[in-house]
Design a binder for this molecule. Structure first.
Ligand SMILES: [Zn+2]
Length: 399
């Protein structure tokens, strides 16, 4: 378990640093920068600012993204539909196609890729008409299979090797299909690839389980036991983004959407593993799948992954606003009501560390009395014990 947590920790959070100028927002909703002593070093003028990485933070103005340095100087004029943080001196930028700029804003690798990932160890994964490849920092292809986890849905013919396989329905080349910014961001930040790779390192699957992100005609995600596959509707990604936009904006909104998508993806992976391993359950499968997701994120000494569970709860709290009138059908559904799901997640997270998450209770985000507070601690511990034991035969031994 340590492994997946470390992996996720690196992928999700190593990019955040704190000894940096701090963004602040004025009453007009514009963002500026203060230094560590609290002095304003850049007056508010942007609609959004992300965290600093490699000395630069992405900024948004009129829905276009650029970069500033730590002194608040605009180094890249906001002119891109989306950007990724700098990595090894280059940042992925997107304007219909993806390419790379340097810290001065010069396009060093043209915007010619359908999908492009950040550089790591001098190479980056890209997808274009030539399929998946690695490129070097001049944009030259490096040989080697760049996409072990990720292929076009239409090309799924790989022999079963017992892995989760992440698939995206790619737009037809040349067509001008509008892709939701949340979908673009999640596709380009590579987090889902890393999560699927982590799960594959952790579990021994008896067969391949495709995880397909595609339009399914519903705001939903589900595991199909007969087809042994997970379908994650792009409609659900968009719905999460729209719903969470009431609380977040800019990069924070993308991050919150990503966290909620990751939580739901792990819920579906929970269903898939319960089926694949024929794990005995005495309760209902929906709660077990939620617990699987909570378990994987919270069973770590690193509290930062708890955020993913908290973001999952937040999404369900928002969904509950649609359940003002509770019908008999809703009560008879296999899922708990959204608000109950949210509270059960919050209860577990609170139960993990009542000191750290005491604010959930004092701020009445989780409305529970003292007796239930103690119950949450017990529930959390029981859940960890149960899932650790249930998964142990199927977890790969650490080398
Ligand atoms: Zn489910």
């Amino acid at each position: 378990m340590v492994r997946i947590i470390l992996f996720l920790t690196c992928s999700l959070f190593s990019i955040v640093t704190y000894a940096q100028p701090r963004p602040f927002k004025n009453l007009a909703g514009k963002w500026g920068l203060k230094n560590a002593a609290g002095l304003i070093i850049m007056h508010p003028r942007y609609d959004s600012i992300t965290y600093f990485k490699e000395g630069y933070a992405a900024v948004m103005l009129n829905n276009q993204w650029g970069f500033i340095n730590q002194y608040g100087v605009e180094t890249v004029r906001p002119a891109y539909f989306s950007v990724q943080p700098f990595s090894e001196g280059l940042a992925v930028v997107f304007n219909g196609r993806m390419g790379y700029i340097n810290t001065a804003g010069t396009v060093v690798i043209p915007l010619r890729y359908n999908v492009a990932f950040s550089f790591s160890n001098g190479k980056a994964r890209v997808f274009d008409a030539n399929g998946w490849n690695y490129i070097d920092k001049t944009g030259k292809y490096i040989t080697g299979n760049a996409a072990p986890q990720r292929t076009d849905v239409a090309q799924t013919t790989a022999a079963p090797t017992g892995k989760f396989k992440l698939l995206y329905a790619l737009e037809r080349r040349g067509s001008q299909v509008s892709v939701h910014p949340a979908v673009t961001a999640i596709r380009s930040n590579g987090i889902l690839e890393q999560i699927v790779a982590s799960a594959n390192e952790l579990f021994r699957l008896p067969y391949d389980i495709p995880v397909a992100f595609r339009k399914i005609g519903a705001k939903n995600a589900f595991y199909s036991p007969s087809q042994k596959r997970i379908d994650f509707g792009l409609e659900l990604v968009e719905d999460l983004y729209n719903t969470l936009s009431r609380n977040y904006s800019g990069q924070e909104l993308i991050d919150a959407t990503t966290d909620a998508v990751v939580f739901i993806l792990f819920h579906e992976m929970g269903h898939a593993l319960i089926h694949a391993f024929d794990i005995p359950l005495s309760g209902d499968g929906e709660e077990a799948a939620d617990n699987f997701a909570i378990y994987l994120f919270t069973n770590s000494s690193n509290n930062r992954l708890d955020l993913i569970a908290l973001e999952g709860a937040q999404a369900f709290l928002h969904f509950s606003e649609r359940e003002k009138v509770i019908s008999a059908t809703a009560l008879a559904d296999e899922h708990l009501l959204s608000k109950q799901r949210a509270y059960r997640i919050l209860c577990k997270v609170y139960g993990k560390d009542p000191q750290r998450y005491g604010y959930l209770v004092t701020k009445n985000i989780l409305p529970i009395d003292e007796r239930r507070q103690a119950g949450c601690v017990q529930e959390y511990n029981n859940m960890v014990r149960s899932w650790t034991r249930l998964l142990s035969p199927w977890t790969k031994k650490k080398q």
